[in-house]
Design a protein around this ligand. Structure first.
Ligand SMILES: O=C(O)C(=O)C[C@]1(C(=O)O)C=C[C@@H](O)C=C1
Length: 391
């Protein structure tokens, strides 16, 4: 006779197994913290991709013996390793900058609870502080002012998006501030159409959102007919508005995660033009930070060249000669000086390195104006892959 399967009993066993898994995750995390302490001592880089590959190959093999497929094992352990690297980086940063080790931080961001900036702030500080004091702002300028005036420790600002490009307003504000960039984080942007009440897509007559999500979802919006678009100062404001209206004809573009905070649910998911939609945020503070040698660093600086042919090329050649990789180049007009440009450059280098110090020295000679906006740890961890033959 077939054994009867009691759902409650099976679920109790799953709950118990999940608890054991959590304890093992926590144990692994504390072991990797010891690795970071040892690496701090020996000044060895956090990342060791050969070790990661060996580890993945072994786990894939052992997983197969237990009936687990290679894809599953790889994706679980890539996530675990990413967490390990980011935690080690955060720990080493507090050793290098003891003032970062605070139980409580205050952060200004655009909008209120549920905005993408709110989600990015919480993700960034989840491994760095015990408590976050939130300060929702109505504009990017407001965020800068809050930090400049000392009302908050940090400001979280979106700087670029994989689908709508650079956020010019933030670049322009960076030209005129004394704040330093001290960190970055890339946040997946998963736009959904959210509603407060159960309804259908063809009932929707008004969509509320911030300008950026509207741009990033233009293909979806073009396909909808007779829809009124209402621009809001932030995604959080738009969500609060739709919650307040409780109307089956209105919707808001935002993340499902943020929508939960306003009791909104997703009517349509993945409505952005590009499947891979990510925003990069920068964190600004009044004082710059040093980046530990064991961590890959990025330096951001701005410069203005004279109006002579090849002036920018000459600057870029300096970076090439020093073996410094440029990962972003952006130009913005200089206010009050028509047709003159300010160039924003991100390079993968530590400001303290000899190559970078020499480059800044040479660039100072070549340019009319140059200013370092900050040096901070690279937060994007590209996963180590396993050769197909090993899978
Ligand atoms: O073994 C190390 O060196 C670690 O830092 C630990 C670990 C891991 O979590 O397994 C993390 C990062 C390295 O790239 C390799 C492995």
């Amino acid at each position: 006779m077939e054994q009867s399967l009691d759902l409650n009993e099976i679920r109790a066993q799953i709950t118990e197994t999940d608890q054991q898994l959590l304890k093992l995750f926590a144990k692994r995390r504390s072991l990797t913290l010891n690795v970071a302490k040892s690496k701090a001592h020996q000044v060895r880089p956090v990342r060791d991709q050969q070790r990661e590959q060996e580890l993945l190959i072994r786990l894939i093999k052992q997983g197969k013996e237990l009936g687990l497929d290679a894809h599953y094992v790889t994706s679980v352990f890539q996530t675990i390793i990413e967490d390990s690297v980011l935690n080690q980086q955060a720990y080493l940063q507090t050793l290098t900058n003891p003032n970062l080790q605070l139980p409580m931080v205050s952060v200004a961001f655009l909008g209120n609870k549920g905005s993408y900036s709110y989600l990015a702030s919480h993700r960034y500080f989840s491994r760095r502080a015990e408590k976050i004091i939130e300060s929702g702002c109505q504009s990017f300028a407001d965020i800068m002012q809050q930090v400049e005036a000392g009302h908050v420790d940090y400001g979280m600002l979106p700087i670029e998006n994989t689908s709508s490009g650079s956020i010019n307003e933030v670049y322009d504000l960076l030209q005129h501030t004394n704040l330093a960039i001290v960190g970055e984080i890339t946040q997946p942007i998963e736009h959904c159409l959210l509603t407060a009440v159960n309804t259908r897509l063809d009932n929707i007559k008004t969509i509320y959102a911030h300008g950026q999500p509207f741009t990033q979802c233009s293909n979806f919006l073009d396909k909808q007919h007779d829809i009124r678009i209402e621009y809001c100062d932030s995604t959080a404001d738009a969500m609060a508005k739709v919650y307040e209206l409780q109307d089956e004809t209105v919707a808001v573009i935002g993340s499902e995660e943020g929508g939960h905070l306003y009791q909104l649910h997703a009517l349509e998911k993945s409505i952005a033009n590009q499947d891979e939609n990510h925003s990069r945020f920068i964190l600004v503070a009044r004082k710059p930070v040093d980046v530990a040698e064991q961590i890959p660093a990025k330096t951001t600086f701005i410069l203005a060249t004279g109006q002579k042919p090849g002036a920018l090329v000459e600057c870029l050649l300096v970076l090439k000669e020093k073996g410094i990789n440029m990962c972003k180049l952006e130009s913005r007009p200089i206010q009050g000086r028509p047709w003159e440009e300010m160039f924003y450059i991100d390079v993968e280098a530590n400001l303290k390195s000899a190559a970078m110090q020499e480059a800044i020295g040479e660039l100072t000679e070549l340019t009319k104006f140059i200013k370092v906006l900050g040096c901070y740890p690279i937060e994007h961890i590209s996963p180590t892959s396993v050769p197909a033959a090993e899978i």
